[in-house]
Design a protein around this ligand. Structure first.
Ligand code: LMR
Length: 397
């Protein structure tokens, strides 16, 4: 029976990361997976996370299952982190959440709850979007429609086209939005544009589903959530998938949350029960380690201050790198790369063809996705010259 199953192609992101790992060129440049790397090319553990982890090891008395909703401190912390300490719907008891295995688990649980409400609901996704959105949401039977978003010529958002397409979104439809630091293109909505999306959701009745995996790595923790919070202040309902992979560096611990903004407290409790039942049928209960650490970091004032300072440093480094990459690429080519500085977060499309991206890989050991998406945070003082030289050679043909 099982031998009928074919070998599947490698994942478009993780497969390239594996290819980069296997490349024995000592000067290879790996800009594939969205992982924050420091100047040494290492993915660091936050000091606050290390301290919280040591506390956990000292204090832990059991490995019994976690509650179905996950760690209580983590849920409180992530609700405030996403919606804001003084969020009116939070204070009104209109928000509930469930801890999930990473942002992917959060998306999947959100999708399960949507499918329970409207089986086969239509989800509007930006063109392009993170490729894993499709299998994560599609595996529960949700259907997809694209809305135009990124315009390669301007390297920005074609907001008029987005609005035109979303005019067709109706009550019972879901609109998937990237809360900040759009993956893969790095082009975000302005606050004014978020306001237009809020008007449309109010008038047309569609449900926003916000994937916020990079909060704190664009302009800062509050600024990155400003669009989401604007929607939350105006709309009766919304789902959010949050991740602690990037902003707390807990990638391998699989820590995230699905958050529900609801009409009232009763509905918030109902949605949490729906999410718990959905989780029970998919993976039963969430993993403990990362969420307990995140709960401590988010709610202990000293750990929190240390974490915020370190995160701010990462955010500033990414923005400084954006400027350096722009200037080095402009010097190596005759192209305008000014858009790299206008974008936010870890990603940018360099505007190269698939063939050029493959040539960079095969001839220069410079790894980016076929779409020419780079992980900006993978660039450092030691590899930036090699990146610019290789792109220069490939562009000049
Ligand atoms: C990425 O887009 O590189 C990250 O979100 C990691 C992943 O799981 O794809």
């Amino acid at each position: 029976m099982l031998d009928q199953l074919p070998l599947l192609p490698a994942d478009p992101i993780l497969g390239l990361a594996a290819a980069a790992r296997a490349d024995d060129n000592p000067n290879k440049v790996d800009l594939t997976v969205g992982i924050y790397m420091d100047e040494q090319g290492l993915c660091p553990v936050f000091d606050a996370v290390q301290r919280a982890q040591r506390q956990l090891v000292e204090e832990e008395t059991t490995k019994a299952y976690m509650p179905a909703s996950g760690d209580a401190a983590f849920n409180t912390g992530i609700q405030k982190l996403v919606f804001g300490e003084d969020s009116a719907p939070l204070l009104a008891g209109r928000i509930s959440s469930i801890q999930t295995p990473g942002g992917c688990g959060a998306l999947r649980i959100g999708a399960e709850v949507i499918a329970a409400a409207v089986p086969g609901a239509k989800v509007w996704v930006s063109d392009p979007t993170w490729p894993v959105h499709i299998p994560l949401l599609g595996s529960v039977g949700l259907k997809f429609e694209n809305y135009r978003y990124y315009e390669p010529d301007s390297h920005g958002v074609n907001f008029d086209a987005m609005v035109d397409d979303l005019k067709q979104a109706q009550a019972g439809d879901v609109v998937l939005l990237h809360g900040c630091c759009h993956n893969p293109c790095g082009a975000d909505l302005s606050l004014e544009q978020w306001g237009v999306v809020a008007d449309m959701a109010e008038n047309q009745g569609f449900l926003p589903f916000i994937d916020i995996a990079y909060q704190g790595l664009g302009d800062g923790l509050d600024a990155d959530a400003a669009g989401l919070r604007l929607l939350a202040a105006r709309l009766p309902e919304m789902i959010v998938a949050a991740s602690s992979s990037k902003n707390l560096g807990l990638y391998r611990e699989r820590t995230g949350a699905t958050l529900f903004l609801c009409r009232d407290g009763n509905s918030a409790a109902a949605l949490q029960s729906q999410a718990q039942v959905a989780a029970r049928r998919v993976y039963s209960m969430p993993p403990a380690h990362g969420a307990i650490i995140a709960g401590k970091v988010l709610t202990d004032p000293a750990l929190r201050a240390s974490w915020e300072a370190e995160l701010q440093g990462m955010c500033q480094r990414i923005n400084a790198l954006r400027s350096q990459i722009r200037h080095q690429l402009e010097a190596a080519t005759d192209r305008d790369f000014g858009f790299i500085e206008r974008e936010k977060g870890m990603f940018s499309f360099l505007g190269l063809s698939k063939e050029q991206a493959q040539k960079l890989r095969n001839e220069h050991s410079v790894y980016m996705l076929d779409s020419s998406r780079i992980n900006v945070a993978g660039v450092n003082a030691r590899n930036i010259d090699a990146l610019a030289a290789a792109v220069g050679q490939v562009v000049k043909g």
